[in-house]
Structures are given as C-alpha cells and as structure tokens.
Design a protein around this ligand. Structure first.
Ligand code: ZN
Ligand code: ZN
Ligand code: FE
Length: 767
C-alpha cells in the first residue's frame, strides 16, 4: 500500500483511558495528521475510527500509545482494517456509547499537577488559592467514585453544578479540563471551612480564608482535624514536643509512629536522608508516605516515632495540603484521624463525633468522600545491586489499579483476605483488583468498612464472585464473611501459602520455588501457629519443607501483646525448666508472673505451639530489655531492628536439624547466644546485630540445601518479617551470591496486605 493510499481503521483500547484526557488527546493527534473520523468512550474503554493517507494512519498508530496522556494506561489496543468511506468531515469527539457491563478502569487519586499548582499560586487566576483545583491530569478519582461509568453524576461531585466558566472548560476538547469530572472553581465547587471543635458550626464569624486560619492555628500549637481525600488527618506541628505529646495522649495508648508532611522535597530533606530513589517516590503522582532514615538534627519531636531510626514523610497531594503546608511554614504531623485501632474517619458526622475530643479545630470541606482511603507507605530497599521501592501499605494513589495474574481465573473470585492489615480482592479473567487497606478486622467499624469496600469493588469492577477464597483460620472475621456469602463455592488457602503465591504472582512466575515465609502468625493445617516457614511449591500447592524450632506461646494471644512471654517460652525451650528472670526484664515483669508463664510454656495450657518468626524477634527484643509489651503489631521487631548496630559481621550460628519430613532451624541456638552475650555485658546493639545476621545466614544455608535437594533455583522472600530491611537485604544478597534467583514482594506488601492477591492467585491455579 502506498503512503498516499486511503486507509480507514477502527481501534479499540482498554485500560485507564476514561477520565484522563484520552479523547481530547486522540482529537489533537488525529487533527495534526489531517485524519477524519471520531472517538468515543465505550463500556470497555475507548473506541475510535480514523481515515486518511495510509502513511498518516500508520504514524497515528505509532504515536497513539507513545504519546498518551500522563495518567492513561493502555492494557490492550486492537486494530481492525475497514474500507475507506471517503470521509472528509474532520474529527469528532462523540458521546459515550451506551454499554452493558463496564470494563473501563477507574484511576487512583492523583496528586495536584504542575499546571494546576501554577494556577493555584497565581493571584490573577480565577482559581488562586482554591483548595479544590484539579484537571484531567490530576485530582480525586477513586475516592469520589460512587458508581460506574466514571461520570460526574456518579461521583461525590454530583451535588455541585458547574458554573458557566467551568462548563465551558469541561466542554472544550482543547481545554485541560475537558471532561474533568471533578472540575470546580470558587464560584461553583466545594468550599473549605474552619470549625471550632468545642463550639461546632455555631462559632463566631467564620474566617474568610479557612486554610490560612487553620495554618495560623497549627503554627500556634493547635491540633487540627483536616478533611482530605480519603479521610481525616490529625495535624499538628512536628517540632512541638508538647502538642505531639498531647496528640499521643488524646489518640490513646499507642506508640505507632506518626507520618509527617513536608511542603516540598527541600523541606523533606531537612527531616530525613533522601536518595534519588526516595525523592522520586516522594514526588511521584501517587505521593505515598516514604520511610527514610531520620536526620539526627531533624526538627521533629521524639514522640513522633519513638524507638525508630526512620521517619515516614510525604509531600502535599491535594491543593488544600499545598496551601496548608505553605501557610504553616513548618512540617506537620499528618496522622490518620482515628482513635487507636479504629479505621480512618471519613464520614463527616462520624468524624465530628469521633474526632471532637482529639482535635481543637476542624478544617472541613463539603465534598463528600466516597471511599475511605489511607495514605500508602513505601520504603526503598537494596536488592540485586539496585535501590528499589517496596510497598508496605498499598492504598491511596495505587488503588484501584488492577493487577494481571500470570494465569486466568477459572471463574470470578472474591478473595476475603486475612485478619490483620486486611485487604480484599476481586477478580475475573486475568485481572485482580486488590482493594484499599482496611486495617485490622477486629471491631465493628473496620468490619463495616470491609463489607462496604467489597460491595463497592464488586460494583465498580463488575465482578460477580462465584468463588470466595478465605484463610484457613476458622475465627478470622474474613473467614466468617466468606462463610456467610451465599451462592458461592468456597476455597480455603493456608495463610503462608497465600504469601508465597502472592510473591510468585507479582513476578509472573509459574514454576515451583522455595518460599521463605517469615511472618507474624498464621493458621497451620496441623493445628499449630505457623509463621517461620520454608514452603516448596507454586500457586497450586505446597509442601512444608522446613520451619523454625517450635515453642509455646504462653497464654496464646497474650504472648503477642507481651513479648516478654515469648522470651520466657524460648528460654524454657532452651532446656531451662525454670529460667531465672533476666536482669533486663526485672523492671517490666514481676517474678510471680514470670514463673507462671514459664509453667504455661512447659505445660502448654492455653498456649499453642508456634513456629512464628515474628514471635522469635519479639523474644529477642524482650530478652534485651528493649520491649516487654507492645501497643501495635510488629513493634518489638521494628525496635529490635532499629537498635541493631548497623555494622554487619559474623552472626550467631543457626544449626539445622533434619527431621523426618522437614528441616528444623534450631533458633534455640540464637536465643542461648543472645542470653549469654547479654549476661556477659555485650551491648544490646551488638547482640541485635548478631541475631539478625545469624538468622539471615542460617536461613540462607538451609535454603541452599533444600534447593540442591529439590532441583529448585528460585527463592521467594515474603511475610511481614521481611519488612525488616537488614534481614531482607542480607538474605537476598546471600542467596544471590550463590546464583539463586530471589523474588521479593515489592509491588504488593510482603506483610498481610499481600495475602488477598495470593488467595486470588491460588484460586486461579485451582481447578
Ligand atoms: Zn491538574
Ligand atoms: Zn466554576
Ligand atoms: Fe501473614
């Protein structure tokens, strides 16, 4: 065909192609190539036809994916040749084709773009200092969606009628706000207001500029509940020791680190040490919280992240944040607006009630939040010679992007997830949508949020589950939810198998691998509590080929809250029937309780057997006197890592005992060595370091043996304990040095936030 022959094609695109400026882009591209035809949204994405010279059509097809708008993602592009019609009417953007079930994907919420920021700061712009400025390249998406298709009427912007100026932008294909569903301005859009927590709305004349007034109050030491994108934050000055202490007290007995917000990268650099990778993630349009090493001179109250070497920092991601941080002039604590253990507040009436006693002021706005969404959390780790991001909490900015499984699901699925750090997932075909972080399913609030989230995802992702996948733990509320779903088949998946399958799926790996799953706790099919497992297998099945030395959890769940109990259990396991109360624990535990727990550890009453790696870290942290009791999951392990001497070296020996059907990693040797070194007066920092390095090196050695024996070449590192950077990096490097292919959970969290993906992946591999 000559370059000058006429050619007409139809192109069908799927992916994130609606609500991201795709049609105007197609319009501009076609017009620049003198092509005729049309483009429109349909139920699967975007459909278009173009006609013109064959050479121009070919260039159009090249440039279409290459020059797509920043937020667009093309998952499939199908081209069909048509007979030229001699069309010459130019190029048109048509209305949406009426469709059946929608396949179009909804974009996550996106941080304010540079063009909008420039307008926000331009006194001559009609949106100068307007806290809700957005365009097709940025702004709220997932959190305002109530249904599909993604259309203003089905978002929480439905109640705002566009003024003439906004309407003109919205209808102009050449405008940056063409079909920007949340388009708004000070005349017609949402408004911010500042409310006194004690007096409510009835307060004296509201300030002209609510954001400026809130910033002034923050500077003066107030705690302000700030309504954001996916919920409320509690904000205060990060450098004010007194107000941070007050915030801690009001939120409840809890040591969980608070996240910070800095106005820009320069300001963030004064708080934490940032490499190029951290800065890139910090400034990305997803804008997660980035964990990075705290600077010793950071102007931050210690209570923000006591016992940690890292701080979690994020940059402003809404126009309101940009204004607030610029006006405040100091970094702010921005922590989830909740009482300990409750989900982040998002409903206005509920927030007013729940946060009234926590905040002095409320910085509110009148755009409803459709779906509660927490800030995501990312950390950079060194793997295979590169510094790469690892997701620790996947929520705002990433959800609801789907993930493609290596193999299709035989039927639509709901993966109910675990109990702690719960996320759920829905899937059909090869697509799985992992939902936003829900939190720990342990109270009415989170359970409600879980149920609503599942219903919402089934609707917006058009998934009608025929299978409900659940954890084997009979008492998890997520398992109970799976049981109560009617008209679905059920599939139980072992917790650590789900971790293994999630990591394999993330890497698109189909073959068998050896999974090192170091985790908190999970229900083992043998009735014990698993959590330090070497599992050989794939998404379909697994074999337990190794595990940590089993010990008792004295008092069951109490041993999770009180790591000193695990220290006692490990000392008993070391052969000391009545271990003396270690010096390091004397100020935390009385002799009678210690003796009683030792009895539980020996006799086993209400004290299940566990192989949990998380509990081993707890035991060592307690043994060193670092943490006898925790207020949140993983606290003792995180503090043990923070306490460890950064200098590496020879770790404690970790012998491997060959049992009938599995290798047992005899961690008693680690405990004995730590106990003896502590008694000999070695600093806790050295002991913590030698413990980490010994566990890492010993596990690597065990893996090498199993790989050789089974003819495997791949090791998966997953489970919540691999949030421990020292353990992760040392093991990954140790395995790679022996030519082993190492797969690490990074796109989805290694912790229980990844379990739902693993459950879905197991369903895909099950007949
Ligand atoms: Zn924008
Ligand atoms: Zn307007
Ligand atoms: Fe887990």
């Amino acid at each position: 065909m000559s370059q000058e022959s006429p050619r007409r094609i139809r192109v069908a695109l799927s992916g994130i192609v609606q609500g991201v400026g795709f049609r105007p882009f197609v319009h501009r591209l076609a017009a620049s190539l003198a092509l005729h035809g049309f483009v429109r949204n349909d139920s699967r994405g975007v459909e278009l036809e173009v006609e013109g010279f064959a050479g121009a059509v070919a260039r159009f097809l090249e440039r279409l994916p290459a020059e797509r708008p920043p937020l667009a993602r093309i998952d499939s592009l199908e081209v069909e040749e048509l007979s030229p019609t001699g069309a010459c009417g130019g190029f048109a953007i048509l209305g949406s084709a009426a469709g059946e079930a929608t396949e179009a994907l909804i974009s996550p919420d996106i941080a304010t773009c540079d063009a909008c920021l420039a307008e926000l700061r331009d006194p001559s712009d009609r949106r100068f200092r307007y806290p809700f400025i957005n365009c097709t390249d940025c702004g709220p998406r997932f959190t305002i969606v109530r249904g599909v298709p993604y259309d203003r009427a089905l978002t929480t912007m439905a109640g705002f009628t566009m003024c003439d100026s906004c309407r003109a932008e919205y209808e102009d294909p050449a405008n940056r706000r063409f079909h920007a569903q949340p388009n708004a301005c000070p005349v017609c859009g949402p408004r911010a207001r500042l409310v006194d927590a004690a007096r409510g709305d009835a307060a004296a004349a509201p300030p002209e500029d609510a954001v400026r007034a809130a910033a002034a109050a923050l500077r003066a030491g107030a705690i302000v509940a700030v309504k954001g994108l996916g919920g409320y934050h509690l904000a205060c000055r990060a450098d004010d020791v007194a107000v941070v202490a007050t915030l801690r007290r009001r939120k409840g007995r809890d040591d969980k680190p608070f996240a910070l917000m800095a106005r820009d990268v320069q300001s963030a650099r004064r708080l934490v040490r940032l490499g190029a990778e951290e800065e890139a993630i910090l400034s990305s349009r997803e804008r997660p919280i980035v964990l990075a090493a705290r600077r010793s001179d950071a102007p931050v109250a210690d209570a923000v992240a006591a016992g940690r070497r890292e701080l979690g920092v994020m940059l402003p991601y809404t126009p309101l944040h940009h204004l607030l941080l610029a006006d405040a002039g100091v970094p702010l604590v921005m922590t989830s607006g909740n009482v300990s253990d409750e989900p982040i507040a998002y409903d206005d009436a509920e927030a007013a009630e729940r946060l009234r006693h926590l905040a002095d002021l409320f910085l509110l706005h009148d755009r409803p939040i459709g779906t509660r969404t927490d800030d995501s959390v990312v950390r950079v780790v060194s793997l295979g010679g590169a510094r790469v991001p690892m997701m620790l909490r996947r929520s705002r900015g990433y959800v609801p992007l789907p993930f493609e499984l290596p193999d299709p699901l035989p039927r639509p699925v709901l993966a109910c997830g675990p109990e702690l750090k719960c996320t759920f997932a829905v899937g059909r075909g090869r697509r799985v949508w992992v939902g936003h972080h829900i939190g720990d399913l342990e109270n009415y609030e989170t359970l409600r949020s879980y149920r609503e989230g599942i219903a919402h995802f089934e609707r917006i992702c058009a998934v009608a589950p025929e299978t409900a996948v659940h954890d084997l733990h009979p008492d998890y509320l997520s398992t109970a939810y799976a049981r109560e779903r009617e008209g679905v088949a059920r599939l139980g998946v072992q917790h650590h198998h789900a971790h293994l399958a999630a990591c394999l799926a993330e890497h698109g790996a189909r073959g068998s691998a050896l999974g090192v799953i170091y985790d908190g706790t999970g229900y083992g099919p043998d009735g014990t509590v698993w959590g330090g497992e070497l599992l050989a297998g794939d998404a379909r099945s697994f074999e337990r080929v190794g595990h940590l030395w089993p010990v008792r959890m004295p008092g069951g769940a109490a041993a999770i809250r009180e790591p000193w109990r695990m220290a006692c259990a490990w000392l008993v396991a070391c052969g000391d029937e009545d271990p003396p109360l270690p010096m390091s624990l004397r100020e935390h535990v009385d002799a009678a309780s210690w003796a009683q727990v030792a009895r539980l550890a020996r006799g086993g009453f209400a004290s299940p057997v566990t192989t949990s790696a998380g509990r081993l870290f707890d035991a060592v942290a307690a043994l060193l006197g670092l943490r006898a009791r925790v207020t949140y999951e993983g606290q003792a392990a995180a503090e043990l890592e923070a306490a460890a001497d950064p200098e590496g070296g020879e770790g404690y020996a970790l012998p491997v005992v060959a049992a009938a059907d599995a290798r047992i990693l005899d961690a008693r040797a680690l405990i004995r060595a730590a106990r003896d070194d502590a008694a000999a007066g070695l600093p806790a920092a050295r002991i913590a370091a030698r413990f980490h390095d010994g566990l890492a090196d010993g596990t690597v050695a065990a893996c090498l043996g199993i790989l050789a024996e089974r003819g495997l070449d791949t090791v998966v590192l997953s489970g919540g304990v691999f949030q421990n950077v020292r353990l992760l990096e040392r093991m990954a490097a140790g395995l790679a040095a022996h030519g082993v292919r190492v797969l690490v959970s990074r796109v989805f969290p290694p912790n229980d936030g990844g379990v739902a993906l693993g459950q879905a992946s197991v369903a895909a591999a099950s007949p």
